[in-house]
Design a protein around this ligand. Structure first.
Ligand SMILES: Cc1cc2nc3c(=O)[nH]c(=O)nc-3n(C[C@H](O)[C@H](O)[C@H](O)COP(=O)(O)OP(=O)(O)OC[C@H]3O[C@@H](n4cnc5c(N)ncnc54)[C@H](O)[C@@H]3O)c2cc1C
Length: 428
């Protein structure tokens, strides 16, 4: 195995002289794969393009003075999520929060309690119809929407952009069955989901600031060419997002077969973007953990999680096509959009206590290029293709490959562990 050059910044431990497996990416999947392989007695090294571990699990406390999750925030399917026991063991503050609709606004107009009740019923009905449709056919999830009123549009927003990160016409109804976002019980983490993932990975041997540029797998084993030299190992696990794979940030030699390219193309990245807004005073208008949705024409909907953990923060969310549009427009436009949405609902009170806003940048983040992957109509089987290894030595893992609860951080962890076990059986 070749040594990494002097430019490599080593975290936790130095690169071992010989490894069995190189793992590309120190996100939830890569960290779980590494630890599972180590438990199975294999020597591993993880290379990470960023200057930190965690990938799309990222908590930052410097913007607002308390931890804020720029990426994943909810432990979905928390009764079965591998991170839940760790969070409990390490003393994290968990709060159950399944999205409800304490506030529903059409443009600026507040919906009556009757309409909110109807929205809740329609949401349940649409969920049931999507499940039935997905079991029968791999068509656009929007086929399940019965559009009768703006309530149907609001509800479709929750099932599509705010949950799957794509508009329902771009989502395979069959793939909807795989998706783990919003599967209860859902827990928020006060100290940050990103903090939890980073704590899980703190002893994993990761080499930071080291991008894999080319993977050669034509001869014996694999050679991974990085910015800091070439690593040789018996096998590798690639955990890059489908956005990164589609952008060909890693070259494969021999080139990827057509079935693998089709799988990547069938699982484009969706986008969920957050617009956190800080105020000098929390809990006005709505109470902590309440949910407010503003439905706007042209699918320009915005959802607010109000005052999580009684903090002075409203977290705006936009998703799907509109999130890409706002991301192209930039942070100032996004914060303006969210503040205008609040003004329409709450008038001058929206400005009275405003301190500052921020906007997540996953659309342009070179090592994510979106939030998470969703299969397009007709392509639900693409996840199978993405999971399939090349020549029994180039393996793929991550949220898009997850055996269950795709799109989620917990699903990515499972994918990492299962891929590690599958690979370990093949290693001499
Ligand atoms: C805004 C947003 C909100 C979300 N909300 C939730 C939520 O509430 N709950 C939930 O469960 N999930 C949520 N998710 C999804 C969740 O964050 C992801 O599913 C999960 O973190 C993905 O983990 P992963 O290991 O598959 O990928 P990643 O976290 O992307 O890890 C892959 C790693 O590989 C690195 N990498 C990529 N290419 C290379 C290369 N060539 N060389 C070296 N390193 C490379 C990347 O830098 C990254 O660190 C959200 C995501 C976003 C963006």
């Amino acid at each position: 195995m070749g040594a990494l050059g002097a430019g490599a910044c080593l975290a936790a431990q130095s690169v071992p002289a010989e490894v069995d497996v190189v793992i590309v990416g120190a996100g939830s999947a890569g960290l779980h794969a590494a630890r599972r392989l180590q438990e199975l007695g294999k020597r591993v090294v993880v290379i990470e393009a960023r200057e930190r571990i965690g990938g799309r699990a990222y908590t930052n406390a410097s913007t607002f003075g308390f931890p804020f999750d720029y990426g994943c925030a909810w432990l979905h399917k928390a009764d079965d999520n591998p991170y839940t026991p760790l969070a409990r063991q390490w003393g994290y503050t968990l709060q159950e929060h399944d999205t409800a609709l304490e506030g529903l606004y059409f443009r600026g107009r507040e919906a009556t309690a009757d309409l909110r009740g109807r929205a809740t019923r329609v949401e349940q009905e649409l969920g049931d119809r999507l499940e039935k449709l997905g079991r029968r056919r791999d068509v656009a999830a929007s086929t399940a929407v019965r559009r009768r009123s703006e309530v149907d549009d609001a509800v479709a927003t929750f099932h599509g952009p705010m949950s799957s990160a794509v508009d329902l016409d771009e989502l395979s109804a069959r793939d909807y069955l795989n998706v783990g976002t919003d599967v209860p019980p859902n827990f928020l983490v006060k100290e940050g989901y990103g903090t939890l993932v980073a704590q899980y990975g703190k002893d994993v041997p990761v080499t930071l600031n080291t991008a894999a540029r080319r993977i050669r797998y034509g001869g014996e084993g694999v050679q991974v060419d990085t910015d800091n030299g070439t690593l040789r190992a018996k096998a590798c696990i690639v955990t890059s997002s489908t956005g990164v794979l589609a952008a060909e940030k890693i070259r494969f030699d021999p080139p990827l077969p057509a079935w693998k390219e089709d799988a990547i193309a069938g699982l484009p990245m969706g986008l969920l973007a957050k617009i956190p807004l800080q105020f000098s005073k929390p809990e006005f208008r709505y109470r902590a953990f309440e949910d407010v949705l503003q439905e706007n024409p042209g699918k320009r909907d915005i959802y607010f999680l109000c005052w999580p953990f009684q903090l002075n923060l409203l977290v705006g969310f936009v998703g799907g096509d509109f999130a890409w549009e706002l991301s192209a427009a930039g942070e100032a436009e996004a914060v303006d959009f969210a503040r205008n949405a609040l003004r329409r609902m709450w008038g001058s009170e929206a400005d009275k206590y405003f301190v500052k806003g921020d906007f997540t940048k996953w659309a342009s983040d070179p090592w994510a290029l979106g939030a998470y992957a969703a299969a397009t109509p007709g392509n639900a089987a693409a996840r199978e293709g993405l999971r399939r290894p090349l020549a029994d030595r180039v393996f793929f893992a991550g949220e898009a490959c997850a055996p269950r609860w795709t799109q989620t951080c917990g699903g990515a962890a499972l994918s990492g562990m299962e891929t590690a076990e599958q690979l370990a059986k093949l290693l001499p």
